[in-house]
Design a protein. Structure first.
Length: 223
């Protein structure tokens, strides 16, 4: 089994390729900010994008066998991520779908960073759990649809950035034209309780501590 993820970015190929190869620019879209016992986001970026990788033009093969290809299309550049086949690394087989979902999130964050905040650093907040997120009232509408909703004592408005089977991305005017991505994987064999996640990307002079306090409280109540 091999999965492909395709995202089109409204920017030239060289700009998109630079977002994939410039370490500081990767911080603008990959994952979220964190620090752990074995390092944080910077170490993760080094391991994924600069360790045992092979570049060929605008193609990048990662050490785990995943391959990025960036090519010109009308209106911009298309990124195609071809996952290594299931079974290529048995130690990671149990997490194969999780990694695929993660790449979907990160490539849409890349598109957002390049199109809306080129060269601008972000701050992030991350939340995870198992509770369904249907109660959040997140709209499942086509990309580009305007929305307004109240979420954890804050009025949010913007537009739908993208939707997939398990994820929704929303731009958020109140976060410096930020981005909210939420996802929920229903219960299954690998995850009997399901899995939920939210990543908040915020820009400018936003009170992150206040935002985090409201989200910590609201997210805990989902369960």
């Amino acid at each position: 089994m091999t999965s492909k993820i395709v995202v089109t970015v409204a920017a030239p190929v060289d700009v998109v390729w630079d977002a994939l190869r410039d370490k500081e620019k990767i911080r603008h879209w990959h994952g979220w900010e964190y620090e752990g016992a074995e390092g944080g986001l910077d170490e993760e970026i080094d391991q994924i994008y600069f360790t045992h990788v092979v570049e060929d033009g605008t193609t990048l093969r990662l050490g785990n066998g995943d391959v990025f290809a960036v090519e010109p299309v009308e209106g911009g550049a298309r990124i195609t991520l071809t996952r290594a086949p299931l079974g290529a690394d048995p130690d990671w087989d149990a997490y194969y779908d999780d990694v695929t979902e993660g790449w979907i999130t990160f490539l849409h964050q890349l598109r957002f960073a390049v199109e809306r905040h080129p060269d601008e650093p972000r701050h992030t907040l991350f939340y995870s759990g198992t509770a369904p997120i249907a109660g959040l009232g997140i709209p499942k509408q086509p990309a580009g649809t305007a929305y307004e909703l109240e979420l954890f004592r804050q009025e949010l408005k913007g537009e739908v950035w993208y939707t997939t089977d398990h994820q929704t991305g929303l731009t958020v005017d109140a976060w410096g034209n930020g981005l909210l991505i939420v996802s929920h994987i229903p219960p299954g064999e690998q995850k009997p309780d399901g899995a939920s996640m939210a990543i908040l990307s915020i820009y400018g002079d936003i009170d992150r501590d206040d935002l985090d306090a409201r989200w910590q409280s609201g997210w805990a109540q989902l369960g």
